[in-house]
Each structure stands twice: as structure tokens, then as C-alpha cells.
Design a protein around this ligand. Structure first.
Ligand code: APR
Length: 242
């Protein structure tokens, strides 16, 4: 498997990586739909992570996001993030499209990153847009001086995705001749559209995911293994710098 991935990696001229929550589970952050401990397994995401929840279930909403921000402050990018950042520096990886909101790709040094679902690292007022601190948010400073409600910079269900990030994703997907999915169930659009878009443009599609996805049959290579292990293997067995 790794040898096939190495060949694809070596031959590619423009490699785009799409990451999902599975990229951060080895950093201690839970994903959403893993059979074992996915966050959405026993809750309805619309109850916590939607615009309606923010407006009509404010206490639940604040508690949910305070928990996620707290967890994020205690976590760090694992080695796989640093491999991706090094491969950006050496030209093996051209762009990262992420559904994640933890800012770990940038923290590990990747610069060509499109955050399609926003970021948990920013807090701002939903009314006037004033920026606020996450420490303040953790101390229940959730009302802006303008009277508006402070909220994390994540895209909530029912909100539009950041146009610039989606435009970048479309442009990069068009250029890709190798498209690698790392740790996503590919159940949420439009992120789950890009792998097939790349495939239609003639790119090779690789899916690295612990569980099967509905796009596996279209992929040129599927590796059902831990991302950290796969990326470490790619470094070791192909003397890729990292
Ligand atoms: N290695 C490989 N795969 C993993 C690992 C790992 N260490 N840990 C988890 N996975 C896999 C799981 O098997 C799962 O299929 O990663 C996948 C993560 O899928 P989801 O939890 O659905 O996360 P994601 O695809 O990023 O969700 C997309 O849904 O709720 C929204 O906005 C949220 O961005 C999120 C979007």
C-alpha cells in the first residue's frame, strides 16, 4: 500500500490534501462520526452547532463551544501535521483543504491552507464583528459592548461557507493530479464534492481513513489505517525528508 502511495506521491505534479476530523484524533481531539466515540454519535449536531442553537439554546451552545475550546487549548498537532508542513516546504504537497477548525495545520507550519469550515481559534461579535479572546470566552465574556453575542469563528450548520476558502478549494482541486483524503467520512458537502471533482479532472484519488467511505470504490488507493502511521511510513520507507 505504502509503495503505491509513494509512487503516486513521487509522480504527482500538484498534490492537494483534504483533511477531516480524523486528522486530529491522534492529537486527542474527538471526531464527529467515528463508530466508537464520534461527537455526533449521541447528539444531534443541530442542537449544538447550528445558528438556531446559537439563537435559541444559548447556554447549551456556549457550554458546547467552551468545552471544545478548552480541549483545543490542551492539544497539539501530532507528527503527521509536521510531515505535511515539511512536504509543503519541499514541494511534495501543494495545498491543504481542511474541514477542521483547530488551526493545527498552520500551527505545524503549513501555509497553503483553506479552512472551509472556519476556525475555533477566533472569537468575534455576531453583530458588529469585533474580535474577542478565547480566554475571555472561557470566562463567560460572551456579550459584546455593542450588546451583540460573541461566538467562535466556526461555520455553524445553517451558515454559508467562507467564499474565499471554497473558491481556493475549487481552484486547487482543478489543478490537482493527486488528491489525498486524510481522515474524513466524506459525509458533508461541499467538502465531499472535491474528491470526485478531482477524479473527474483526471487526478488520482487516495483515501486514508480508518473506516470505509461511500467514495472508496472511486478511489485509486484506499488505506484503512491510522493517518499518523501511514504518514510516518511514507517518510520512513521512501526516505522523504520530514
Ligand atoms: N486515522 C485515520 N482515520 C481516522 C482516524 C485516524 N487516526 N481517526 C478517525 N478517523 C476517521 C473516522 O473513521 C471517520 O470516518 O476519520 C473520519 C472522520 O469523519 P467525521 O468524524 O465525519 O469528520 P469529518 O469528515 O471531518 O466531518 C466533516 O462534519 O460536523 C461537520 O463541521 C463538521 O467539519 C466537520 C464535518
Amino acid at each position: 500500500m505504502i509503495n503505491v502511495l509513494t509512487e503516486l506521491f513521487r509522480e504527482a505534479k500538484h498534490t492537494v490534501v483534504l483533511t477531516g476530523a480524523g486528522m486530529s484524533t491522534e492529537s486527542g481531539l474527538p471526531d464527529f462520526r467515528s463508530a466508537i466515540d464520534g461527537m455526533w454519535n449521541d447528539v444531534d449536531p443541530l442542537q449544538f452547532a447550528s445558528r438556531d442553537a446559537m439563537q435559541f439554546e444559548r447556554d447549551l451552545f456556549v457550554r458546547f463551544y467552551k468545552q471544545r475550546i478548552q480541549k483545543l487549548k490542551g492539544a497539539r498537532p501530532h507528527a503527521g501535521y509536521y510531515h505535511l508542513a515539511e512536504w509543503e516546504r519541499t514541494g511534495e504537497v501543494d495545498f491543504i483543504l481542511t474541514q477542521n477548525v483547530d488551526g493545527f495545520h498552520q500551527l505545524a507550519g503549513s501555509r497553503n491552507v483553506a479552512e472551509m469550515h472556519g476556525t475555533l481559534c477566533d472569537i468575534y461579535c455576531d453583530e458588529c464583528g469585533d474580535k474577542a479572546s478565547s480566554d475571555g470566552y472561557l470566562n463567560d465574556e460572551i456579550t459584546c459592548v455593542c450588546g451583540g453575542f460573541k461566538r467562535p469563528g466556526v461555520v455553524l450548520f445553517g451558515e454559508p461557507l467562507p467564499l474565499s476558502a471554497i473558491h481556493q478549494a475549487k481552484m486547487e482541486t482543478k489543478k490537482a493530479d493527486l488528491f489525498i483524503v486524510l481522515g474524513s467520512s466524506l459525509q458533508v458537502s461541499p467538502a465531499n464534492v472535491f474528491p470526485m471533482e478531482a477524479k473527474r479532472n483526471g487526478a488520482k484519488l487516495v483515501i486514508v481513513n480508518q473506516e470505509a467511505t461511500e467514495y472508496d470504490s472511486y478511489a485509486d488507493l484506499v488505506i484503512n489505517d491510522k493517518i499518523g502511521h501511514v504518514l510516518d511510513e511514507l517518510v520512513q520507507s521512501n526516505n522523504y525528508k520530514s
